[in-house]
Design a protein around this ligand. Structure first.
Ligand SMILES: *[C@@H]1O[C@H](CO)[C@@H](O)[C@H](O)[C@H]1NC(C)=O
Ligand SMILES: *[C@@H]1O[C@H](CO)[C@@H](O)[C@H](O)[C@H]1NC(C)=O
Ligand SMILES: *[C@@H]1O[C@H](CO)[C@@H](O)[C@H](O)[C@H]1NC(C)=O
Length: 396
């Protein structure tokens, strides 16, 4: 009986692999996207003659609500770290790195996070010296300057564009904009987003881009989404023309395609994300600092996820492919037997953002466990740290 029980227990331990109750959280590296900002594109008046909602700031600036909401995320993360006994009181300066891109929305998001998660601990936000330039760490450009590489990427982007089908989304957007009455129709003769082809734009030292209908539609839907998150009355969000989740999902296909055609590239994601990945693997390798938050953009999250070859996952309760304020959280755990990696995508839902809800254990953000192709996870979501560290070789 006793022997049978021991055999039984061994099987349980072997099949579960890891006793999650004995795990200690040792290191956290988060790659995050800034919080709610003003729309990125100015001059939207060209695309609709209806009155566009006014914003207090120029394009791409963190809004006061975005600042507040980043604090809610920080509070949630810091409560989670407390449950893991991660820090006792204020961390030592060397134990924390909060590093943001040079854009004001990333810097301000990082500050809000630092001040809330490490309240009164005097943790400052680090950044690239030249605040007038995009930090090369976060700049999602190609580093391989050969013609062969450029050609290969151009082919992949063109193929993706040709396979894309946004017919319904463009028709719906044209209806919402009443595009036939807009200057873009009257002066530039684009009266239906479906009648022109989008094109890829590849210039040395610039982000891979698109122009034409996909560029326009992406800019417009971005403005709708930010108005929605900002909590404006629905009459100020797409003039009250979006009434169902299905409409949001349809329109969000546009921003998803734009994001993926530009950055979810099999031929280029490793190259685009290589500075960030080298930086992150240095942190994993050295085990220091204990806690890192890198604040960048959706393009960074997308290219890093693609380059590391994460398995596809479902984004619940969100229509954005890389939700605003979301963070990919790499966690290193250990027990007496070994070290393990767990990766979660922690992001707020559209409702939490729109309603400006505080995030707590009773109203948590989404936490989706991710899996790398190169590091299979246990049923509880952990993979072997040593397997994960082998991926480092891809970016040496
Ligand atoms: C806060 O940190 C900065 C450097 O990071 C230091 O110069 C300053 O003296 C610190 N302030 C307090 C109150 O500890
Ligand atoms: C640049 O890309 C080309 C084409 O894919 C490849 O053959 C070459 O090895 C790459 N160079 C570097 C330094 O990665
Ligand atoms: C695009 O998708 C719609 C359905 O969503 C379909 O009716 C249409 O035929 C498709 N167009 C092309 C060119 O595949």
């Amino acid at each position: 009986m006793a022997a049978g029980f021991i055999v039984f227990m061994c099987i349980v331990v072997a099949s579960k692999g890891i006793d999650i109750n004995s795990l200690k959280l040792e290191q956290v590296v988060m790659l995050g996207r800034h919080n709610i900002r003003t729309p990125l594109t100015e001059g939207l008046e060209l695309y609709s003659s209806k009155p566009w909602p006014k914003w207090n700031d120029a394009a791409g600036i963190l809004t006061p609500k975005g600042l507040r909401f980043e604090g809610y995320i920080a509070e949630y993360i810091s409560q989670w770290l407390d449950t893991e006994d991660f820090f006792e009181g204020c961390p030592q300066k060397d134990d924390v790195l909060i590093y943001a891109n040079t854009k004001s929305r990333t810097l301000e998001s990082a500050k809000a996070f630092a001040e809330t998660a490490f309240n009164n601990c005097n943790i400052s936000v680090q950044h690239y010296e030249n605040l007038g330039a995009f930090d090369p760490l976060f700049l999602p450009i190609f580093h391989n300057k050969t013609e062969a590489f450029k050609k290969q990427v151009a082919e992949e982007m063109k193929k993706r564009l040709s396979e894309m089908n946004l017919t319904h989304a463009y028709t719906e957007l044209g209806r919402i904009l009443n595009i036939k009455d807009a200057d873009i129709c009257k002066k530039l003769f684009m009266c239906d987003l479906n009648t022109q082809q989008s094109e890829i734009v590849l210039e040395d030292g610039e982000e891979p881009n698109v122009n034409g209908p996909l560029y326009i539609a992406n800019a417009v839907v971005d403005a709708f989404i930010m108005s929605y998150y900002e909590g404006r009355p629905m009459s100020d969000v797409a003039w009250g023309q979006i009434e169902t989740d299905q409409q949001w999902d349809l329109l969000a296909k546009i921003i998803t395609e734009n994001q993926n055609i530009r950055f979810k590239l099999q031929s280029a994601a490793k190259d685009i994300a290589s500075p960030l990945l080298k930086y992150m693997f240095n942190i994993f390798n050295s085990g220091k600092p204990k806690f890192t938050l890198l604040v960048g953009h959706d393009s960074n999250l997308n290219s890093v996820l693609t380059a590391l070859e994460f398995k596809p996952f479902e984004r619940k309760l969100q229509f954005e492919p890389y939700p605003i304020g979301g963070k990919i959280v790499f966690q290193k755990f250990s027990d007496r037997k070994g070290q393990y990696l767990k990766v979660e995508y922690i992001y707020p839902t559209t409702k939490q953002l729109r309603d400006g809800e505080k995030l707590t254990s009773n109203n948590p953000p989404q936490r989706i466990t991710l899996e790398l192709n190169g590091c299979p996870i246990s049923p509880t979501g952990y993979c072997q740290w040593s397997e994960f560290m082998k991926l480092n070789e891809l970016f040496d």
